[in-house]
Design a protein around this ligand. Structure first.
Ligand code: GLU
Length: 314
């Protein structure tokens, strides 16, 4: 009797272990905004892990393009990626020509990310065209900034060979590279404020180059995922005036391979704890439940749709 009872217990226990689903979110470098965002999402998902049997973890990665490629291969369940990269990779456009990733799905468009050119103030890069002849970290292959820089350069008529040095460092390495004068500036498409730029501004005098003018206007007009935005004043040492530039959105994406249950559970955990979520990072200051559906550039996953419908948001 005792033996029977304990073997039943073991069966029940092992069944519940097997029923658990582990989900991983690909993010970016740890001092960026994707990584703490992945952490914030997982924190809320894991609040319910006993009931839902879904356990969430976040991974530091090389950024947008890397995350989408890794989701495609089934090695990540979710990832955070720039809306422009999501659009072009899912449709097979621009540098991803003819290689559409049809199974890519949106979960939510979380917050705006701004194209930010962080420079050493003494380098005197007042205008984007001043980067010619300078040492610039464009970003590691797989990062969103390296991808978007190609679009920007096409509009501005800048070639990589116009630069004195084209850096391919990871975002997390950029502040030290700036301080050590390996570069005069670096590109970062990121939600503000971010630890990365705080670090840079505390070790060297920085400036942020505005991205304005007729060619930028044309680029924004031609591409549905770009919008004007300003880096707010007062977030970083030495940046006392807002800096005009353009933005995309940081979108949480997944694929049709991921279960409706996992996606539904994740969306529900965030939406039902939305005030708590908003407090987890200052980049979320202006977001609303509705804004989560603005700037999606690939169809919603069915599991997400189900929750948004129930919540009356769709
Ligand atoms: N937008 C960057 C990228 O796609 C990452 C920004 C971040 O880590 O916050 O690579």
């Amino acid at each position: 009797m005792k033996i029977l009872a304990s073997s039943t217990l073991i069966t029940v226990l092992s069944l519940s272990v097997f029923a658990a689903e582990f989900i991983t979110i690909g993010s970016g470098s740890v001092t960026g905004t994707y990584y703490p965002t992945g952490g914030a999402v997982c924190r809320l998902v894991n609040k319910y892990k006993k009931e839902t049997k879904i356990r969430c973890s976040v991974e530091s990665t090389g950024g947008s393009e890397y995350n989408i490629n890794t989701i495609k291969h089934g090695e990540l369940d979710f990832g955070i990626a720039q809306s422009d990269v999501v659009y072009n990779m899912s449709k097979g456009l621009k540098k991803y020509k003819n290689k559409p990733i049809k199974k890519l799905r949106s979960v939510m468009a979380i917050y705006p990310e701004l194209f930010t050119i962080v420079t050493r103030k003494e380098a005197g890069i007042k205008n984007i065209m001043d980067i010619k002849g300078k040492k610039i970290n464009i970003g590691n292959p797989g990062s969103g900034q390296a991808s978007t820089a190609e679009i920007l350069f096409t509009y501005l008529g800048i070639n990589k060979s116009d630069l004195d040095f084209v850096g391919v460092f990871k975002a997390g390495e950029s502040p030290d590279a700036l301080r050590d004068k390996l570069v005069d500036g670096y590109f970062y498409i990121v939600g503000h404020p971010t630890a990365n730029i705080k670090d840079a501004s505390s070790s060297v005098k920085i400036a942020i180059t505005p991205l304005i003018g007729p060619k930028i206007d044309e680029m924004i007009k031609d591409n549905p995922y770009f919008a004007k935005a300003n880096v707010p004043a007062g977030l970083y040492k030495g940046i006392d005036k807002e800096v005009p530039t353009f933005a995309v959105k940081a979108v949480l994406v997944t694929s049709t391979d991921v279960s409706d249950k996992a996606v539904y559970t994740l969306v529900k955990a965030i939406l039902e704890n939305f005030d708590e979520f908003k407090k987890l990072h200052p980049a979320y200051t202006n977001i609303t439940k509705k804004s989560l559906l603005d700037g999606l550039s690939t169809p919603l996953h069915e599991g997400a749709k189900k929750y948004y419908k129930e919540a009356g948001l769709l």
